[in-house]
Design a protein around this ligand. Structure first.
Ligand code: ADP
Ligand code: MG
Length: 693
């Protein structure tokens, strides 16, 4: 359970002053649902109100804070003119200028004769200084209410800056004194402040430099977050280790016929990965291994051979896919191979219901069915195995650590192999998987052809369609990926539907459409038609993103490529270049491209090396923005910026490792404090392993 000291920080943002249901919703969209989320919402700039001259010395174009007396009101002659308020000090006159102001409002705030402090931008007009719409007006005796240096927060439309500032201040007031979770010697060496001081400092910058990522307070906050992340992963890993594993060692009698049935030879890196996997499986400890390999590097066959190893030893194995389409595709491509070894492979997805589903469940429970491929449906409670020994999780980024745990609870000492095609830079691998063992498929299977990648401005759409028409006439098969219009699936769908209609007008009937809102069976039918060559063009939202294999497809068009993450574009491009023909990838972009977007597309044009692309992406955008982090399930950091704090991540990993070694139950004094840290950063599921383990 979350410690009680943290309760105030996990109240909804709507409980903060000024944030009712409507503005609260905006704050929630901007920062997140809880008070903590506002604490992590740090200023991106400052307004310095410390300059406090006399009127005559107020510099043109600068923010100044002036103490003045209200002298007179000048109401507008007609509604298009502003309401002016003349104020004075002993050096001169300044005019406050309000457009569309109601007279009574001005009267109330600035009654004649009152001494007030005003703050805002000064503009000299002829020989008179003016202050149009001052940012702040307070009675002179309440001057302290003005922040001398005002933090500027990232905003969202409709949420007034003042309201947000006030809410953040209220959130800061809720911050309790928490026990120190960092090692005191390390803190001293770094010269870092306490957590609450660091947080206050981050929200009350004194100058621009205080906003920097390399300040002591920011590094402290970043390190806290990274330590929470690394400690959570280390605990999960430790937990898995303590659930005893078992030695699984097949004799090759199933793997051999399957390998012989393959229409190709395994690459060196496939063999290497398999040797590592078999080594792990044969050991008493549980395997927790990441198999990283670019799109098309041939991870599936590695998975199959690992699974067969488990079956040879008399156990069962499961392959988890992130989507229905992929589960079915795996089932289709693996079934014939399994036949070579006379092993049956089942399929269990959310779509399988009734009798058929029951039958699969029965046969899994009895052990009659040795292999199964599935989606999330496999997590359901009624799915039981007789003797599950290996779980392979494909494209794991869609599944959380928590689900990984659930899955391994379905057997005794289940070995886990996680496969990912997301070319994650080293630093990010650490954040997502901690100290997992890693095998990498570095070679592509022979025969892969390079993909000719071009960037084309969207205003040349007609030329593109013309070019594609010629390709189709020569027999090409084309993916046409529609943009993510915005967060709304509805609009994305509208765009795809419209493009589908447009292309049908040009190409006729042989244009299909597949999108996320379609029923599973309909999706399959369209994919099938495309794979079988009954469709020339497949218009799709990003549902085809992961893993689909149609070797005959040679053209990939991505609309509004600038809106996709590089990792995503790389995945999409990986759909072509898989077969005999030469392939092209057209990245259509909005001509009003930012410089960064232009550089990112250039990277896509220049290289097909997924790891290089990922590293460049990280460099160009910073980890926080690495598009696709949200979709990819990589942890999103609020305080840490991996481009900036990479070396802190390594330190956090080492620290986490030591902590788990010395006090795996987090029972000691520092351990208790670290538990609070885990909850503070929402790593509840890791904290829970402490109890259950
Ligand atoms: P991914 O790593 O993206 O999951 P797949 O496992 O789907 O890649 O493999 C892509 C294609 O490459 C499949 O058609 C597969 O049969 C083929 N393939 C796998 N390994 C080899 C190999 N060693 N030589 C040639 N083709 C291979
Ligand atoms: Mg795959």
């Amino acid at each position: 359970m979350r410690p009680a000291v943290l309760f105030p920080l996990f109240r909804p943002v709507t409980s903060l002053p000024g944030l009712g249901p409507r503005l609260g919703k905006l704050a929630e969209k901007l920062a997140g649902p809880h008070v903590t989320d506002l604490l992590w919402h740090l200023p991106c700039g400052i307004i310095d109100r410390r300059l406090s001259p006399k009127i005559a010395a107020a510099p043109n174009g600068q923010i100044a804070t002036l103490e003045v007396r209200v002298e007179s009101h000048v109401p507008p002659i007609n509604p298009r003119h502003p309401f002016k308020v003349r104020c004075v000090d002993e050096t001169g006159v300044i005019e406050l200028v309000y457009f569309h102001a109601r007279g009574d409002w001005v009267q109330k705030m600035l009654p004649i004769g009152r001494m007030v402090v005003i703050s805002g931008k000064v503009e000299w007009f002829h020989d008179t200084p003016q202050m149009p719409h001052p940012d702040a007006v307070v009675p002179a005796d309440q001057r302290d209410e003005l922040e001398r240096v005002e933090p500027v927060y990232p905003m969202t439309a409709g949420l007034p800056a003042k309201t947000l500032r006030k809410a953040v201040r209220a959130a800061l007031d809720l911050v309790p004194e928490l026990p120190e979770w960092q090692d005191p010697a390390w803190l001293a060496r770094q010269g870092w402040p306490r957590w609450s001081d660091a947080l206050h400092r981050a929200h009350h910058p004194e100058d621009e430099a205080d906003l920097g990522l390399s300040t002591a307070h920011r590094r402290r906050l970043a390190f806290d977050e990274l330590l929470a992340n690394q400690l959570a992963l280390a605990l999960v890993r430790e937990h898995q280790r303590t659930l005893s594993g078992r030695a699984v060692k097949g004799d090759g009698r199933l793997r051999e016929p399957v390998e012989r049935a393959l229409p190709f030879h395994l690459t060196g890196s496939q063999r290497m990965a398999l040797a590592e996997i078999f080594g792990d499986m044969a050991a008493d400890a549980r395997m927790l291994r990441l198999l990283q390999g670019d799109v098309g590097s041939g991870k599936t066959v590695v998975a199959l051979l690992a699974m067969l190893n488990a079956v040879e030893a008399g156990h069962q194995a499961v392959l988890m896919a992130p989507t229905e389409i992929l589960a079915r595709q795996h089932a289709e491509s693996l079934a014939p191979l399994c036949w070579a070894a006379k092993v049956e492979i089942g399929l269990l997805t959310g779509r399988d219901k009734g009798k058929a589903r029951e039958r699969v469940l029965e046969r899994l429970a009895s052990g009659e069915l040795p292999l199964v491929i599935g989606t999330h449906a496999i997590f359901q409670e009624d799915v039981a195995f007789k003797d599950l020994a290996l779980a392979v999780i494909d494209e794991q980024h869609r599944f959380g650590v928590h689900q990984r745990l659930q899955l391994s609870a379905k057997g005794r000492g289940v070995d886990v192999l996680v496969m990912t095609a997301t070319p994650i830079p080293r630093t990010l691998t650490l954040t997502a998987y901690g100290d997992m063992d890693v095998s990498r498929l570095t070679e592509k299977p022979p025969g892969r052809k390079p993909v000719d990648t071009r960037t084309v401005a969207l205003d040349r759409l007609e030329d593109v369609v013309g070019g594609i028409h010629r390709k189709v006439a020569e027999g090409a098969r084309v993916y046409w990926v529609c943009p993510l219009v915005d967060e709304s699936e509805q609009l994305d769908l509208a765009a795809a539907t419209e493009r589908h209609a447009y292309l049908r007008a040009t190409f006729g009937e042989r244009v299909g459409l597949v999108h996320g809102k379609m029923r599973g069976a309909d999706k399959d039918a369209v994919m099938h038609d495309f794979a079988a060559g009954r469709l020339d063009v497949l218009v799709a939202t990003t549902v085809i993103e992961v893993g689909v294999n149609v070797p005959e497809a040679t053209v990939m068009v991505v609309e509004h490529a600038e809106r996709f993450g590089l990792a995503q574009l790389h995945q999409l491009r990986g759909r072509v270049g898989r077969g005999e023909g030469a392939s092209i990838c057209l990245l259509l972009f909005d001509p009003q491209l930012t410089e960064t977007a232009r550089q990112r597309l250039k990277i896509m044009r220049d290289t097909e090396d997924g790891f290089l692309i990922a590293e460049e992406d990280l460099r160009l955008r910073g980890s926080g923005e690495l598009l696709g982090t949200r979709q990819s399930g990589l942890p999103e950091f609020r305080m840490a910026d991996l481009a900036e704090h990479g070396e802190l991540l390594a330190a956090a990993r080492d620290d986490a490792r030591l902590i788990v070694e010395r006090d795996p139950a987090l029972a000691g004094e520092r351990g208790q404090a670290l538990k609070t840290l885990l909850y503070l950063f929402d790593r509840d599921s890791a904290a829970k392993t402490l109890r259950s383990g």
